[in-house]
Design a protein around this ligand. Structure first.
Ligand SMILES: Cc1cc2nc3c(=O)[nH]c(=O)nc-3n(C[C@H](O)[C@H](O)[C@H](O)COP(=O)(O)OP(=O)(O)OC[C@H]3O[C@@H](n4cnc5c(N)ncnc54)[C@H](O)[C@@H]3O)c2cc1C
Length: 232
């Protein structure tokens, strides 16, 4: 099958690329799993803070902000973010809250935000109001729907197993089919090196790791809806 652009990976990177490119060219997206957003994109804490991450990530965050604020009525809702620290952690606390662009607040204000803080262990707090929940599910579904509407061919259960290049065209084997394209986009998340290696490109030393998240009831039956995202 021939396609102008072939994208490997059905997470937020691959789907946003598919949605943006498919009005301009024929696009095929290959996802190894049964469902889109199966890995990091479907399991994140879905927190949007423009000053999170390294310089490259921050630049992307800033570039994405208007889209998240406005598209389809907006994908963001106000959450706030708080950092707390023990009495012996002030230097690390200050470095971290400075990197996140947070302001130090008094402990009374911190207890107002999160009433279950332990006054014996929490000595410092910092807060930033403009941290948001990102509706990651709606973002993924909207990108997938827009891409399909513009004619993109989105294939799940299609793990890429072989990549060769002949006469300037990539031949990519996945799910029993061979896809032929002049332009290949590697959006395979933590597996970028596996795809790069298949394509004969030097890996950058990325390693997929398992990262876990648990959802538990709030202690004491507290309603946490108005609590900020907080870290210690
Ligand atoms: C627990 C957790 C919490 C997080 N919290 C936040 C947060 O609060 N805020 C924030 O901004 N970010 C957060 N992140 C990070 C964010 O989720 C990721 O940066 C983002 O989802 C990465 O998207 P991606 O499309 O690059 O990768 P992925 O979503 O991993 O997508 C890559 C896709 O490529 C596919 N693939 C791999 N190999 C192949 C192959 N050979 N053939 C076909 N397909 C292949 C995979 O199956 C996968 O679906 C968090 C991440 C985790 C894990």
């Amino acid at each position: 099958m021939k396609t102008d652009i072939l994208i490997i990976g059905g997470g937020i990177a691959g789907l946003s690329a598919a949605a943006t490119l498919s009005p301009h060219a024929s696009v095929t997206l290959l996802e190894a799993e049964d469902a889109l957003g199966y890995h990091a994109s479907g399991r994140s804490a879905a927190m949007f803070l423009k000053d999170y991450g390294n310089d490259v990530v921050r630049a992307l965050n800033y570039a994405s902000a208007e889209h998240h604020e406005t598209t389809d009525g907006g994908m963001l809702s106000q959450r706030g973010m708080m950092l707390v620290a023990r009495p012996d952690q002030y230097d690390d606390f200050k470095a971290e809250h400075t990197s996140f662009g947070m302001q130090e607040i008094g402990m009374d204000e911190a207890f107002n935000h999160v009433p279950i803080l332990n006054a014996n262990t929490c000595a410092f707090a910092a807060y930033r109001h403009d941290a948001h929940d990102l509706d990651a599910d709606r973002l993924l579904q909207t990108f997938a729907a827009n891409a399909r509407r513009a004619g993109a061919n989105i294939l799940t259960k299609s793990p890429v197993t072989e990549i060769t290049k002949t006469n300037g065209l990539w031949h990519v084997a996945a799910g029993g089919q061979t896809h032929i394209t002049p332009l290949l986009i590697n959006a395979s998340g933590a597996w970028v090196d596996e795809i790069a290696t298949l394509a004969g490109i030097n890996p950058l030393n990325f390693q997929p790791y398992r990262r876990s998240m648990a959802r538990i009831p709030a202690p004491g039956g507290h309603d946490v809806n108005s609590w900020p995202f907080w870290m210690g």
